[in-house]
Design a protein around this ligand. Structure first.
Ligand SMILES: O=C(O)[C@H](O)[C@@H](O)[C@H](O)[C@H](O)COP(=O)(O)O
Length: 232
């Protein structure tokens, strides 16, 4: 599917513009269905965007927020994406939103993925909004090169839901929504920042296997147009 690059002079400009776009999309979904859903990524990039979005005056009590992926750690662990969202997005007006975590206090990541899949089925699909990030290795979500479940994660026929992923660059075992869960969001955003990530994107947009740079699956096969938000 096509992608559109939206470039900004600064991270602050990008955050404000993306927060406005997301708030408008959430409000449109609420007007149409009475509810709205958004799946966000963790990492270091989204923090300023989360803070901007948290201030937007929309019907947050009608919004369900979840994560694109999560490290298999509890929410009090510094590596937790839940902790990042709690500290930066579930603040201000967005405090009224419902948050569905992926991490579950289970005996294994596999059991946590099974439970999280069941619990997130309550979110209507497709997502209204998905915000993806991208690592320097071309991963997105927890679709890591060499990942234990990469083929299953990227297979369009894999049912929607959450699966585990282990990979050299991933740290802890990961819980991640599948490609099939993310690729048809009404608003599909790839949020990256820095010259280095722009170079990684250019390489990903070139030829090569999806397994080498899994972001290629989104860029090449997503049903929805990919809105790429970039700032230096
Ligand atoms: O759990 C995570 O880390 C994210 O979901 C992951 O997919 C992230 O988006 C990329 O790794 C980019 O991370 P940075 O924003 O830190 O570069």
């Amino acid at each position: 599917m096509a992608s559109t690059l939206h470039s900004f002079a600064s991270a602050a400009d990008l955050a404000g513009s993306l927060a406005d776009k997301v708030a408008d999309s959430l409000s449109a979904a609420i007007a149409a269905r009475g509810t709205a859903s958004i799946a966000v990524s963790g990492g270091s990039t989204p923090k300023v965007f989360f803070q901007a979005l948290s201030t937007r005056d929309i019907a947050w009590d009608k919004v369900t927020i979840t994560l694109v992926d999560e490290r298999f750690v509890p929410a009090d662990n510094a590596r937790s994406n839940h902790l990042l969202v709690d500290a930066n997005l579930l603040q201000n007006k967005a405090r009224a939103a419902r948050f569905l975590p992926l991490y579950q206090d289970a005996a294994s990541a596999e059991e946590a993925a099974r439970i999280a899949t069941e619990k997130t089925k309550a979110i209507s699909s497709p997502f209204d909004i998905v915000i993806l990030g991208m690592g320097g290795d071309g991963h997105t979500a927890s679709f890591f090169p060499g990942g234990s479940n990469l083929a299953k994660a990227l297979d369009a026929s894999t049912p929607r839901g959450i699966i585990t992923m282990e990979a050299e660059g991933a740290g802890e075992p990961r819980l991640t929504f599948t490609f099939s869960s993310l690729e048809d969001a009404a608003l599909l955003v790839l949020h990256i920042e820095g010259e280095g990530k722009k170079d990684v994107l250019a390489k990903a947009e070139g030829s090569g296997d999806e397994a080498e740079m899994p972001i290629r699956a989104i860029l090449r096969r997503a049903t929805s147009p990919v809105e790429i938000y970039w700032a230096p």
